[in-house]
Write a protein of this length. Structure first.
Length: 265
């Protein structure tokens, strides 16, 4: 139990800015095993984001509360995944060879593709999340609880889609220049089962209110498939930035899927 707690805290420290005990470090072995808890980080980030939304919605409009929830989410993770998304936009937008793409993604400066991508990403996230919540508020008596499940499901399922890439593809960089390298090492059935179990539970609970909502997992993993295929084509695998980009894109696809299912099916 003590070892598992250490692994979880390693995961928490790596993927968020939440303070952890000073004894917790980026130990490669623990970081590799921490993949099983990555979707659970989605529970935590989603809960914090929802709490921010709920508090601000008591005094402000739904749209403004959604903006604050997104801000709190970014602050909680230190823009970890958004940074990866921007790097992928710059790398794949400006590079035409594997070497060039990897060099651009490693550059800390943000380019035009990354900036434009982030603007569009946040606009989509804001609009889709706002419309989904407004639908719950208008048509559902359990709007608050369903909104909570919406946040948790989006963050956990998108992280499951991202981390599952390491189970099917190889790490692209041949050196150890990335801090995500330890995650790309060996994994066992515990990491695979743990990731899928934790990642799917919130959506399963969400679908108890409406069984159709479970269908949201399909477009999310279709998106994950094509993103992984695209990364494989251009850089022969994936990097930590690719995982971050996958998480962000799949989160958007999840909101879009829920909105579509709620309105048209």
């Amino acid at each position: 139990m003590k070892k598992e707690l250490h692994i979880f805290l390693t995961c928490l420290m790596f993927y968020t800015r939440i303070p952890c005990p000073k004894t917790i470090t980026h130990h490669p072995d623990y970081l590799n095993k921490a993949t099983r808890y990555f979707p659970f980080i989605g529970w935590i980030v989603g809960s914090i984001s929802f709490l921010a939304f709920y508090i601000f919605s008591l005094f402000l409009s739904t749209e403004i509360a959604v903006i604050f929830s997104i801000v709190i989410s970014v602050l909680t993770t230190g823009a970890f995944h958004e940074d990866g998304f921007a790097d992928v936009c710059d790398g794949f937008g400006g590079g035409w060879t594997k070497e060039k793409i990897l060099i651009i993604m490693k550059d800390s400066a943000i380019g035009a593709y990354g900036a434009i991508g982030l603007v569009l990403l946040f606009l989509l996230k804001f609009k889709l999340l706002s419309e989904s919540i407004l639908l719950f508020q208008v048509y559902d008596e359990m709007a608050v609880f369903k909104t909570f499940l919406l946040f948790i499901s989006a963050h956990s399922l998108s992280r499951l889609a991202a981390i599952s890439i390491i189970f099917t593809h190889k790490y692209s960089r041949e050196d150890a220049s990335s801090k995500s390298k330890p995650i790309a090492k060996q994994f066992t059935w515990k990491e695979v089962f743990g990731s899928f179990f934790v990642g799917l539970v919130p959506l399963i609970v969400f679908s108890l209110f409406d069984f159709r909502l479970i269908l949201a997992v399909i477009p999310v993993f279709i998106t994950r498939y094509f993103l992984a295929r695209y990364f494989q084509k251009w850089i022969d695998g994936y990097t930590g930035d690719c995982l971050g980009a996958t998480q962000q894109v799949c989160e958007i696809i999840f909101y879009l899927s829920i909105l579509f299912l709620w309105k048209f099916i």
